[in-house]
Design a protein around this ligand. Sequence first.
Ligand code: SAH
Length: 514
Amino acid sequence: MTHGDAVGLVSLVGAGPGDPGLLTLLGRERLRRADLVVYDRLINPVLLQEVRPEAERVFVGKEAGAQAMPQAEIARALIDGARAGKAVVRLKGGDPFVFGRGGEEAEALAAAGVPFEVVPGVGSAVAAPAYAGIPVTHREIASSFVVVTGHEDASKTGSAIDWEAIARGPDTIACLMARRTLAAVCERLIAHGRPPDTPAALVERGTTPQQRVVEAPLARLPAAADAAGLAAPAVLIVGQVVSLRAKLRWFDQRPLFGKRVLITRTRTQASEMARCLVREGAEPIEFPAIEIEARPSAATAAAVADLAAGRYDWAILTSANGVDQLFDALDRAGHDSRALGGVRVAAIGQATAGALARRGIRADVVPTRYVAEELLLTLADHRLEGARVLLARADGARTVLPQGLRGRGATVDDVVFYVSRRPATADSAVVARLEAGEIDIATFTASSTVQGCVELLDGRTELLERPFVACIGPVTAATARELGLRVDVVSEEHTIPGLVHALKDAFGKVTSHA
Ligand code: SAH
């Protein structure tokens, strides 16, 4: 979206505190149209998936050991980008104008005459306590709060911060960048009159599946935080409101909170599941065990031509991938969804029906349970004698369906539109986490994902002994058992939300699984 000679707009966008769902709608819109994105540490990498692949991404944060890009250089990059006509997003953690040096960057832009805007974000000063069950104000116990930096060493003389006013004035104190200086900050507050027994909490990595909270009276918090090994980023909260956490704790009590969940479906299909899991406080870990590859052939070309010519009575789709591949094949042959205009359409599974619906096709028949046998039962009411049926499927699919249909007198073209195969290499970082026993749950959404996963692990099924194993349906579960896995849960509804629901149920009952 480059606009010739015109100077581009720089958007200072708040990315929120960690949970990707806390990005604002305007922030997302700006990320989607950006030509250049300049981002910090503490930005959830999931947010960068919103950025167009061809857009430029520049990381300016501090990696362990390395130096952050100097502020003047960041400003330079923003100004140069805008002058080159680019839509520039400066993505900053939390809110850009709360301790993010967003003010300085805006000043540099204003001085350079570059147009800019500020898209506020959800700041960690309020969001981290909120996810810990701590409201920063409350009608009865807190009617004011302050946000202060702990970065400046509280023990140094000549501090720019009026610690006395902060200790005595506001009911609630939120202190950012205070991990390293925690002891000094707490001492200062007590020295200036905040009672040592004031409830206090440190919230580490608030709003994320890694959130940890330590609560203690103000005087004892530094020792308690050290004992628990809490690290940055963390927010210190001081005030009576902290005592409400006992009643209002919600996020870190969800059944799937903090659970590390392996997703074995294809990279492109993983995101829906990852989103569902993140909403439950779980940490999705992608480990694609299958890849989809189109298989254009004389058979697919003939099937597509016959479909467009109205020579089929039925088209049967058994997966969302099958729908995608059929429509790609139609497109390559110069056709579109009208090719399905005169044909009756059956879909196995809600995901398959959904993929059809997105193409404007409402399936005539969707069995209530999502297995081939159930489709045959559902089709029992329909006359299939002499009918011509197109079955658009993956290589190596089960033969139950074509056999059953032929048994009923139909002529079946069982056409392979794609192959699902194992990726060439396994992500070694994920294998290492399996070896270290760090994965809590492994999910399988098709037989092929179980087979692929076991192959990627070189047959080491013992790595799948510790994780709780969840399968989307009975066919997938049977494959898992055949390959020697223990199956802990099979979802009743064979969909992604159904699978996540089954996991919530299982973990709500058994809170710990060794
Ligand atoms: N502009 C940001 C703050 C940047 S300063 C905002 O509005 O949130 C960085 C500090 O923010 C960290 O040292 C920490 O105190 C706090 N912080 C950011 N993300 C956090 C998180 N997820 N949990 C706890 N503290 C966080």
